[in-house]
Design a protein around this ligand. Sequence first.
Ligand SMILES: Cc1ncc(COP(=O)(O)O)c(C=O)c1O
Ligand SMILES: Nc1c(O)cccc1C(=O)C[C@H](N)C(=O)O
Length: 397
Amino acid sequence: MTDFSKTKDMFHLPEGMIYLDGNSLGPLPKTAAARIARTVTDEWGEMVITGWNRAEWMAQPSTMGDRIGRLIGAAPGHVVVGDTLSIKVYQALASAIDLVPDRKVILTDSGNFPSDIYMAEGLIKSLSRGHELRVVAPEDVAAHIDDDLAVLMLTQVDYRTGRMHDMADLTQRAHSAGAIAMWDLAHSAGALEVDLAGCDADFAVGCTYKYLNAGPGAPAFIYVSPRHAATVRPALSGWLGHEAPFAFDLDYRPGAGIERMRVGTPPVLQLAALDAALTIWDEVDMSALRQQSIALTEQFIVGVEAACPDLELASPRDPEQRGSQVSFRFAQGYAAMQACIARGVVGDFRAPDIMRFGFTPLFIDEGDVDAAVAIIAEVMQKRLWDEPAYQRKARVT
Ligand SMILES: Cc1ncc(COP(=O)(O)O)c(C=O)c1O
Ligand SMILES: Nc1c(O)cccc1C(=O)C[C@H](N)C(=O)O
């Protein structure tokens, strides 16, 4: 059983801050700075190019992929790390489309993160084969799975509301219709129990800078089901996904299994940060994490609803239907969030009116939730958001 009072001490948390934004960018693991410094000085500094073998830099995308695999229900050898999540979305979707050559519909929902939708649109244009991206309301996804469907492309947990799709059910429906199911786990990996193999998902992608805490710009990951891994065509056919990169052949031959989803040079310094972050995750029991996440989000909802009648719950009330974040709607949400941040409660705002708070049991506990609720209550009851300093500027970064 994971002791979350111990994991909290493994992070550097800024003094006086209750950090409820680990769903967007995780905090710094205390060992990360030394771990990165070791790679810089002992490996890059002393080994220079021999580090690719001596420090096993070249193997890290796969070894780290296996460690992430445990957190998302993937057997070793089916996850690889690299690139950004947007790139991995493109790569997975391109491979998925190839598996269903006679169909043209890609189905997603309006709660998906815009980058996934933009990448799909860009891919469709580049292919010029008449594919159509169908964007429906999240609750209508199941009803739109029919015999025209090529790929069901969904983000499991909605970045705005935290609403969670039923991965097992929708994957099974997609398969029954003869389609491929592809999942974005950006707001799932490290947030809840995911069982990719048990759900029989075809492809999954995700990032490591949110709940996994590998730092700003940390690389993404991709999963390919064992059913497809040896046959999928990698659309981004970079040299490190080649069967024999150092043969420098001029013809591309995909590497074995998941290795073919590698593209180019691994981000070694960022992988050092990921290594430090995964050293914490290696010991975490995902079922205990989920239980604690639900306890924290329930405590938060009860507290905020009792003290702040002007905030309307935007997340599902049923904990089984939401991820590890809680969102409230408020017309002055931007200003209210600025007022909370000024008082040390860091969540974030998503247009047009969502105040979003992430609950990350590795470093947030019941005391933090009570303290955050008290500050949010003060902001709302005293209308502190009404101060001109907190109003939204024309240009928001
Ligand atoms: C669901 C989802 N997909 C894609 C992205 C984009 O990821 P990246 O900026 O790493 O490409 C994000 C976050 O930014 C996200 O939340
Ligand atoms: N990746 C981000 C970035 O580089 C800058 C600011 C925010 C992000 C995010 O991850 C946003 C995030 N996907 C979200 O859920 O809103």
